[in-house]
Design a protein around this ligand. Structure first.
Ligand code: VOV
Length: 247
C-alpha cells in the first residue's frame, strides 16, 4: 500500500448554487419584494458579523450561464454551523423564490506534499490558509475534481515520493499565478461526490482559463485529473443585491 498523504483541515465549506424563479418573483408586488430583500440583507449582515469576528467567511456571487443564477459560499468552523445556516436560509421567504441548482460540501484542506516541518497550530500563515477569509476579488470559479483511479493511471497507487514530485510541479505552475489567481482547495472525500472542490478567485476572469489550461499539460492534471462542472461568476456585494433582484 502506498502511504496516504497527511492532510490538515480547517473551516468547513458549503457552496450553495441556486436558480431564481424569476416568474414567481415578478408576480410579487414591489413592496413585498423589497421586504424580502431586506430580510435577506439582514441574513447577510449576520454572516458579516461572524466574518468580522473571524469565526467564518462568506461570499455571494452571480453565476454566468444556465447552470445557476447565484452561488452562496459559506465557511464555518464546524459542519453543524453550515447546516444551521443552510436551514435558516431555506426558511427565509427569499429562498422560496430560488430553486436548488447544485451544492457542494467540503472542508479546507492542506496536504503535506510540499510542507516543511512547521507546527501548523503555531504557524500564522498556515492558520490563515486553513481559515481563509474569502478574497474580495471580482471573479470566482468553482469546480469539483477527482484524482483518477483507472488501470495504470491510479493516483492512489503511486508512491509518496512520486506524488510529491508531481505535486511540486503543480505548485510551480500555480506559483506563477501569484497575485492573479488565489485558490482554496477543499477536501470532500466522504462528504460529497468528488474528492476536492477547487475555488479560484481572480481580478481578471481570463486568468482562470489561462491557469486551468496550463495545468492541463501538467502531469497531475493531464494524467490524473478528472473534473466536474465549472461554475464561473462574479461578486455580488450586499449593496448590489437589490439591483440584482430588481425586476
Ligand atoms: C492558484 C494557483 C495554485 C497554487 C499555487 C497551487 C499550489 C498547490 C500546492 C502547493 C498543493 C499541495 C499542498 C497543499 O497546499 O495542499 C496543492 C494541492 C492541490 N491543488 Fe493546487 N494550486 C493552485 C491551483 C490549483 C488548481 C487550478 C487546481 C485544479 C486542477 C486543475 O487542473 O484544474 C488545483 C488542485 C489541487 C488539488 C486537488 C490539490 C490537493 C491534491 C492532493 O492530492 O492532495 N490547484 N496545490
Amino acid at each position: 500500500m502506498s502511504e496516504p498523504a497527511k492532510t490538515i483541515e480547517g473551516w468547513y465549506a458549503l457552496h450553495d448554487l441556486r436558480t431564481m424563479n424569476w416568474a414567481a418573483w415578478k408576480r410579487l408586488d414591489s413592496e413585498e419584494r423589497s421586504q424580502i430583500i431586506d430580510e435577506f440583507l439582514a441574513t447577510m449582515d449576520q454572516w458579516q458579523q461572524t466574518a468580522d469576528q473571524r469565526e467564518g467567511s462568506h461570499g455571494l456571487f452571480t453565476i454566468v450561464g444556465q447552470k445557476a443564477d447565484f452561488m452562496i459560499v459559506l465557511l464555518r468552523p464546524t459542519m453543524d454551523e453550515l447546516n444551521e445556516l443552510e436551514n435558516e436560509f431555506n426558511k427565509t421567504r427569499f429562498a422560496e423564490y430560488t430553486v436548488p441548482a447544485y451544492s457542494y460540501v467540503s472542508v479546507v484542506e492542506l496536504s503535506n506534499y510540499l510542507a516543511a516541518d512547521k507546527d501548523p497550530e503555531e504557524d500564522p500563515e498556515i492558520q490563515a490558509r486553513l481559515k481563509p477569509a474569502l478574497p474580495d476579488w471580482q471573479y470566482i470559479c468553482f469546480y469539483p475534481m477527482d484524482k483518477r483511479r483507472e488501470g495504470s493511471d491510479n493516483w492512489y497507487m503511486l508512491s509518496g515520493d512520486n506524488r510529491r514530485e508531481l505535486m511540486r510541479s503543480h505548485g510551480m505552475i500555480g506559483r506563477q499565478y501569484a497575485g492573479k489567481v488565489r485558490q482554496i482547495i477543499t477536501g470532500s472525500v466522504g462528504f460529497d461526490d468528488w474528492e476536492w472542490g477547487v475555488t479560484l478567485f481572480a481580478h481578471d476572469v481570463l486568468q482562470f482559463k489561462k491557469l486551468v489550461y496550463e495545468m492541463r499539460f501538467d502531469e497531475v492534471s493531464a494524467r490524473y485529473g478528472e473534473f466536474g462542472s465549472f461554475y464561473v461568476g462574479m461578486r455580488l456585494p450586499a449593496e448590489e443585491v437589490a439591483k440584482f433582484l430588481h425586476v
